[in-house]
Design a protein around this ligand. Sequence first.
Ligand code: F6P
Length: 545
Amino acid sequence: MSDLINSAAWKALQSHYKEISNVHMRDLFAADSERFSKFSVNDCGCLLDYSKNRITEDTMVKLFELASSVDIAGEAKRMFAGERINATEDRSVLHTALRMPKGSTLEVDGEDLVAQVHEVSDHAATFVDKVRNKVWTGYTGKPIDTIVNIGIGGSDLGPLMVCEALKPWQQKDLTFHFVSNVDGSHIAQVIENVNMQSTLFIIASKTFTTLETLANASSAREAFLNSGAATKDIAKHFVAVSTNSEAVAEFGIDVDNMFRFWDWVGGRYSLWSSIGLSIRLSIGNENFDALLDGAHQMDRHFVETEYEKNMPVILALLGVWYGNFFNARSHAIEPYDQYLHRFPAYLQQLDMESNGKHVRADGTAVDYATGPVIWGEPGTNGQHAFFQLIHQGTDLIPADFIAPVKSQNQIGEHHNMLLANFLAQTEALMKGKTLSEVESELRASGADAKTIASLAPHKVFEGNRPTNTLMFDELTPATLGSLIALYEHKVFAQGKIWGVNSFDQWGVELGKQLAATLLQELQSQKVGEHDSSTAGLLGYCFTRA
Ligand code: F6P
């Protein structure tokens, strides 16, 4: 049995779970009118209300003891200081250094990383100003009006999510496209619709070895050259964001047009680095700085605040509470803000690639559940699709509800309607509706006894379904920065509790290896050594091609 399962803190939670698993939140609220003020935190421009959880003060004391027992605070300090906590890749994990203000210092191995960060971001900022101010032109002298970011995973999801979230801040005369999928239809749709003479391609890849990105970049370059441009014109239309200058040069991009970053920035933590070039181009340098500052405020909150008021730690502990004690296997993310429509997809990579692990950092197998399935869609759309299952399904699905108090688009009563739904859902999930409430409602509507008996069971909501509510005044660059960093640190804290390395991603490698072999077989039309299913499917492709 693992040390975690054997720990006093874990055992205390196990026996506490037995006491509380049948307690209804409706009763907890009825018994304590101070629940909201007891179980909410307001910092970094965000309000976290976690009172609609299956917890008492005693639960939280026990969860905080768990946090202390694995020393989340100490581990965070080690990460922030640049210790090589990503042991399987022998790397530091320092996305937090990317948001440290100019003039501060962080010395790691005798080098001041903050100075390096700002040197690179000044390089990016100068380029961004030139493009946005129409000083940087294409090879025929036309100003750039279209930006195409080619990348995948962390080199796509973060920049895309932020550009979408901050659309109101987007420079109006620039159009943005994000191409990630190796399915040729993705790049084809973009190539068809852009004017090559005024398009800038950003090839974003930390490693510059990723098959999808290199294939899309090659196709973009080919289309560019086929449009009448010469090889020398590539320099005006293709820039790279990478840690691998050799591969960038080999691809044919001038390294003067490369914005670098460092191996201590994980792919899914890289939007704050040069990988955020498309974000800078969209919202401008000042707003990008505000995004960084929002994240930095959350970094400080995470390392400086005691567990009892620490938002990332609280979210992490509640996730463990449900995942490991209530056996909840998924976690829903419900942003009630259309601009945040890619936030759940972004969090999928952040959380699932970080904590979807079956061994601990020391290589021993876990004997408890680790990262849950993360999923979600913006409200209110989700309400008319899958909320049925969250309300009345057989699985317990904890959910985070996220909304701004003010909308970026005050049109009529839309935002009040949005907020009314937002608030109604968490209230309904918490309270539910009892059989006797359903029966009296039916009676009041004039239903007869037979109808009541047959209909009532379908209309019962057991409730007691946990939610966290996150609110902020407005979705601005700064609040978005804080929100993203909040989830980054939540994922870190959970990884520490489970003892996994949240910063490697070996689980993506096997598929890549097999795809390399299968690609050759598809190209040569020869079936190699495979199981009968894979061989049969290959054969099907050959006969139908
Ligand atoms: O295959 C997974 C992964 O390595 C992610 O972790 C990463 O964000 C993505 O691929 C893209 O990698 P790169 O930026 O090196 O192209």
